[in-house]
Design a protein around this ligand. Structure first.
Ligand code: ADP
Ligand code: ADP
Ligand code: ZN
Length: 217
């Protein structure tokens, strides 16, 4: 299965992506996670990305595209993958089409998670992540069992720098301007499945797997 999951910041992409990747046994490729990992390791890429991330802006297309290209040629992507948070611009979507064409591949589905703006802000501002393994929690909707401690690895659960309300509002603006056009882009190619992301986590997951199917049809 070759999948993309898209939606505004805080829609639940990452939460669902972990579950979908397991369900279909495909690697979960999150460009946001790649940038955060690089930042943690202090690489030049991480430092460059941070300049944009802290302002709620998109990292330049050419930087992101190179990273995704390098990732998709790895062996574990041969039988499928799930891209989370990429593409985010029409230029990135075009670049992805070319990369996949060169590999004689195409996307099976693009999952679009739809959530109202007020809910997005609540979700992103209440989001907490594990500094160790990246697991995602929410202070109200999906808390870790012990406050501040990750259920998976016992790492420290913290707030992302870019999840402050003013940055979240900016990120939603950037989404509406630069990423929203992708809905039409994938709709016109017959790839889009839109999912109501306002239900609870398990229900959203069931709706996604029902819409995506087993991949054999
Ligand atoms: P969210 O899950 O809230 O949508 P992500 O973790 O996907 O956020 O992304 C965090 C930040 O990383 C973005 O605000 C942006 O600065 C950068 N980023 C991630 N993916 C991309 C991309 N495909 N293109 C440009 N910037 C990106
Ligand atoms: P994205 O990757 O799209 O930015 P996340 O998966 O990180 O979104 O989810 C944003 C926040 O909302 C997290 O704190 C997560 O625990 C919470 N969340 C995700 N899905 C739901 C849901 N269906 N209902 C309530 N909270 C959710
Ligand atoms: Zn953890």
């Amino acid at each position: 299965m070759r999948l993309v999951i898209m939606g505004p910041p805080g829609a639940g992409k990452g939460t669902q992506a972990v579950m979908i990747a397991e369900e279909y046994s495909i690697p979960h490729i999150s460009t946001g996670d790649i940038f955060r990992k690089n930042l943690k390791e202090g690489t030049p890429l991480g430092l460059k990305a941070k300049e944009y991330m802290d302002k709620g802006l998109l990292v330049p297309d050419e930087v992101v595209v190179e990273i995704v290209k390098d990732r998709l040629v790895k062996d574990d992507c041969k039988d499928g993958f799930l891209l989370d948070g990429f593409p985010r611009t029409v230029a990135q979507a075009n670049a992805l089409d070319h990369v996949l064409e060169d590999m004689n591949m195409g996307l099976d589905k693009v999952i679009n998670i739809d959530v109202d703006k007020d809910v997005l802000i609540q979700r992103a501002v209440g989001r907490r992540v594990c500094a160790g393994c990246g697991a995602t929690y929410h202070v109200r909707f999906n808390p870790s069992k012990k406050v501040g401690e990750c259920d998976v690895c016992a790492g420290k659960v913290i707030q992302r720098d870019d999840d402050r309300e003013e940055t979240v509002v900016k990120r939603i603006e950037v989404y509406l301007e630069q990423t929203l056009p992708l809905i039409q882009y994938y709709k016109s190619r017959g790839l889009l499945v839109s999912i109501n992301g306002e239900h609870e986590i398990q229900r959203v997951f069931e709706d996604i797997t029902r819409a995506v199917g087993s991949g054999s049809e």
